[in-house]
Write a protein that binds this ligand. Sequence first.
Ligand code: 5MM
Length: 336
Amino acid sequence: MTELNKIVLKIISNGKGILAADESNGTMTKRLASVNITSSPENRLLFRETLFSSDSMKDCIGGVILYDETINQKTNYGNSIPDLISSSGAIPGIKVDTGAKDLAKSSEEKITEGLDGLRERLNKYYKLGARFTKWRGVYTISKEYPSKLAIHSNAHALARYSALVQESRMVPIVEPEVLMDGDHSAEICLNKTSEVIQKCFEELILHKIDLSGIILKPNMILAGNKSKHQISNEEVSEKTLECLKKSVPSEVPGVAFLSGGQSEIEATENLNLINKNNNTNFIMTYSYGRALQHSALRQWSKDIKNKEATQNTFNHRARMCSLASKGKWSVELENK
Ligand code: 5MM
């Protein structure tokens, strides 16, 4: 077993998943504004350290993805954020892309940037304690999109990023996110997501990536959020499994889904069914941002000093996701 593969398994095995707390300041400002809290470095830190010191971190969270500001912050108790995360047994990770920008010659689509100077930034993050990283490519579905150009150029960037990360002895999370925005059918989402993931692996293989040392972070297969033809949770799990079976090489140890705008319950229930029906060798778990933090953020906004109430809310959500990653979640447990 390689060092990279060991890191992967530590993050995603045994009912653990990833807390995606890597919102850039712009996104975090929107999240905080939605609950009437001012977005300051102090408030962003307070919310995040409240989550990172929760009990469920030990059993349910194998890795936390951080944003540059957070990985450099010290907690209100004086230790560093990576040390706080490591003290629960979880691994600190870092978002290293610098965002999705307009794609030249197809300006309604996006290309993720951040390759310039990446090797140097990775060395710095390794010294701060990071052992895995994240890079997200974003794709939209419409009549003409995603274009071949967007599919190819984002896959190329994800592969170049992954090579630099593995060279720096860290695990790359490869996140191609096909957005749920639109009125497309689930069948179109299945076809487009499969095409996107297959191109990513073509490029990853070309760039000599050790596939046992990556985590794939894809979207689930859903109908567009404006489609009149929504599918059942059972169908989401079947189509998601179909997509991954035909698109992901067997050397990949596991998949950690993004929630992508699903509600907390939807994201939990769909993951649960994926695991119940899992007929692959891949570990299937979560790397949720909104679907782990939404209720906790609302609770926190009621009284930002009430650590216990926020942690209770977060613990429940993390425990439900952990059960789902083993196919053991139920409505009864959810409502207990
Ligand atoms: C936490 O949000 C991340 C996006 O941050 P920016 O847009 O501010 O860069 C995002 O990449 C996230 O990690 C994944 O999309 C998963 O989050 P969700 O909320 O979709 O589970």
